[in-house]
Design a protein around this ligand. Sequence first.
Ligand code: UD2
Length: 317
Amino acid sequence: MGKILVTGAAGFIGSHTVDFLLAEGHKVIGVDNFRTGRKGNLSRAVDSRDFSLHELDVSAPGALGGLVGVERPDAIIHLAALVSVQESMTNPALNFSLNVQATHLVAEAARTHGVGRVVFASSAAIYGDAPEQPAREAGEKSPVSPYGAAKLASEALLLGHGATFGFTVRCQRYFNVYGPRQDPSSPYSGVISIFAKRYREGRGVTIYGDGRQTRDFIAVGDVARANAIAATRANLFSGAANICTGRETSLLDLAEIFGRYLPASPLPEHAPARSGDILRSLGDPGKAAAEMGFTANVRVADGLAALIAESAEVVVT
Ligand code: UD2
């Protein structure tokens, strides 16, 4: 069993990744500065003797390096980030610090202390707003936000460091991730987290535009498993791969599925489409399957059913 350091451990994807790794028997070192992560997300993990939690800002020079030097993990899963595309536009300097500078410090920590593998939270945002359908890894990358640009730059920083200094780098290009513990508090939160909260409260939802826009929604449990594979599977090569399902679901379909489970809900209302909203987002999952043996298992209807059943966990106070 391995020893894995997870940055952003108290976040949405981070905490599910921690839980998955612990369930597989690994030792996990969690790192978070609790800017957006929440200690409550780790309520299961903190009971494990194989888990330790460190409050630390990855973008502060020396902070992560010191911990990596002491702990000497086999792999680092770097998920700590400024996660809001909107915030990257209102505060590009903070985006640079948390989404580029921090990545460089992770790469340096890996080089300095001989960490064998780094797994990175990249994003479909690197493809921009008019990718080929389905988006393939070798296709054009034209990010349309500082967030997407920082993710693309981070991939290059890590892959360059890995190739130069001899460690493996896996860049995970997540599509639209959803599931328990996703924070629904902002209008720019993931649409499924917003819909789940509103339906649970007996309120209707707002669909921006005609609702025929589609996304490749992937369950966070699948993403956690993809992270664990990338960090621990033997004989992986460096590279970048979409973490997606290869299936698209429209907003109208989403509302219909929620309505099926919660039939007393009001019908959705429509509002004008958001500027810059993309019509279709769909990833090709073939490269992750070929390079890592990863295939998403959870169908959206099943993922939504699980989310509704776990509604106590969805409540964010
Ligand atoms: C996703 C990512 C973002 C970035 C981007 C790249 C999330 C949360 N966001 O943005 O980080 O990677 O992809 O392309 O994964 N909508 C409604 N009603 C609502 C909320 C949203 O109709 O109450 C619509 C929204 O206009 C959009 C769709 O739902 O058409 C998905 O919105 P989103 O914010 O969940 O994700 P997206 O794909 O815009």
